[in-house]
Design a protein around this ligand. Structure first.
Ligand code: NAD
Length: 275
């Protein structure tokens, strides 16, 4: 493929666990060119992002200056894309900056509030810049969510358990919240009370997502990313479970998101909308 036809991509959070996977995936994709790598980790400044990711040099030094790297993604003939796997404390500003530069954000970082997502949607719409926010890029999770929507038509009782490694900063996971929102959008309220419940240990019944769906978060070393959706009815429990056992599972979804966001002019929340 001609270099000028390739999608220029910046990876923000390039030295992190997901960022390194993204550096590998983008560098190996024939229709993309990695034009920049950003990370605030002070000990890795100036190192080649490919070396840090373990694939050898890719001629993209890790820099802690998102604005100047975004400029690199605006210089190619095609509009660029910024992949963000950073931290809940900076993802909102990162996404705003990318949109302001006309660089399309593909956001995997979780922790954005519904209000922030609404503001970003407005900003993207006004700027006519495509933006994808995907709490989960694993195709298996998207299939689990579709199966949960089917099941919710027949079950009135549901709870969600999400289990992650203990380095995860936000709880519950963006994926668990998204799953709950998808079930809530079906227009029913779940878990009609059967008894008057008392929590002798506050929080024991989990956080309450929209339409009364309890979400429970587990954080332990040894886990990666796992989600269970449990539907109950008299005499039966229907359990849907997804296990991410390697971060490589997210990359087909990330590459799909990069390709599809270039065709958007507004914000899309959830990769399932682009499948
Ligand atoms: P990590 O801590 O391994 O990596 C984050 C990296 O971002 C670090 O290298 C850190 O130095 C860098 N960083 C943080 N703030 C920054 C900033 N303002 N500017 C530049 N660099 C910055 O974390 P991780 O496991 O890679 O996860 C990153 C995010 O991705 C988390 O929010 C996590 O929940 C999310 N995640 C999403 C998916 C998905 O499919 N959407 C899958 C897994 C993880």
């Amino acid at each position: 493929m001609n270099e000028a036809e390739k999608i220029p991509v910046v990876v923000n959070g390039a030295a992190g666990k997901m960022g390194r996977e993204a550096i590998k995936a983008v560098s190996q994709a024939e229709d993309m060119v990695l034009v920049g790598a950003v990370d605030r980790n002070p000990s890795l400044q100036g190192l080649d992002a490919g070396e840090v990711a373990g694939i050898g040099p890719v001629e993209a030094p890790i820099l802690n200056d998102l604005q100047s790297v975004l400029v690199l993604a605006t210089q190619a003939p095609l509009q660029g894309v910024m992949v963000d796997f950073t931290h809940p404390d900076s993802v909102y500003e990162n996404t705003r900056s990318a949109i302001a530069y006309g660089v399309r954000p593909v956001v995997g970082t979780t922790g954005l509030t519904p209000k922030q997502i609404g503001e970003l949607a407005e900003f993207a719409e006004k700027a006519s810049v495509g933006c994808l926010i995907a709490p989960n890029f694993a195709i298996g999770v998207l299939l689990l969510q579709q199966a949960a929507i089917q099941a919710a038509r027949y079950f009135d009782h549901v709870e969600i358990i999400e289990l992650h490694h203990n380095q995860k900063a936000d709880a519950p996971s963006g994926t668990a919240l998204k799953t709950a929102e998808m079930l809530a959008e079906l227009g029913k309220t779940y878990n009609p009370p059967q008894v008057k419940e008392t929590e002798t240990l506050p929080g024991a019944r989990g956080g309450s997502a929209p339409e009364n769906i309890p979400v429970h978060s587990v954080r332990l070393p040894g886990l990666l990313a796992h989600q269970e959706v449990l539907f109950g009815a008299p005499g039966q429990v229907y359990t849907l479970r997804h296990d991410a056992t390697d971060r490589a599972c997210y990359m087909p979804g990330v590459l799909l998101g990069i390709r599809r966001v270039t065709q958007l002019r507004s914000l899309v929340y959830g990769l399932e909308k682009l499948l």
